[in-house]
Design a protein around this ligand. Sequence first.
Ligand code: SF4
Length: 255
Amino acid sequence: MPQLSAEQTRSLESEFPNRDWLERQSPQTILRWSLETYGAGLTMATAFGAEGCALLGMLAQIRDETGLLPDIFNLDTGYQFEETLDLKRRIEDKYGFSIRAIAPDAGINDAESDSRDVFEQPLYQSQPNLCCYFRKVVPLASAVDGFSAWITAIRRDQTPERASAPIVGFDAQFPLVKINPLANWSKAQVWDYIRADKVPFNPLHERGYPSIGCWPCTRAVQNGEDDRAGRWAGSDKRECGIHVDLGGKASVRVG
Ligand code: SF4
């Protein structure tokens, strides 16, 4: 696949002449632009949240119209809900996608055993930032190695940290161009698209889980709670380190 150096990729950021234009475009147009601009150097990470499912439905439609499709992968932490793993299979069956499962080097049994030796608890309880680093950030860095750009499903109104996410920008952490086609969309727009296009989605959404991550760190939310209140509940952690660099060890290189 075509591979840009970090310097070449970084220089692209100052050369996004379409940036203002992209801000006014639909997610489908942004996806088509991404496919035409980055070609085989484009990848997408999905955890199969509602937003990711909507993007996959759009990509399937674009693939049918143009034959273009990016690489797609899921970070298989070992702690995903069964419903999430089943959703991956349903999406692959419906759309004919092959979605790469990217797993950390250590399985959860070995990782938990090592963690108990030091912290007397699994890492997700004692050191959740470190757990996310080993099970998400490092595998993601490996998964995007060799690509020029990646698509994510974040929206600006999800968290204060995501409020300034551009449609297209440079992600210094990995490093590559980062495209957020849904940055301007609301939750209602995402669900309108899912229902209109009959996109498969996680049944946990209908059981009080608006945001779904790993099962040890996700609970259902109560009426009136924020959509992400069920993620790392009881702590001040709000991000896994993929979309917000948590600093230090989360700045990674592979290879
Ligand atoms: S969300 Fe929880 S279980 Fe999943 S990688 Fe992060 S700390 Fe570990």
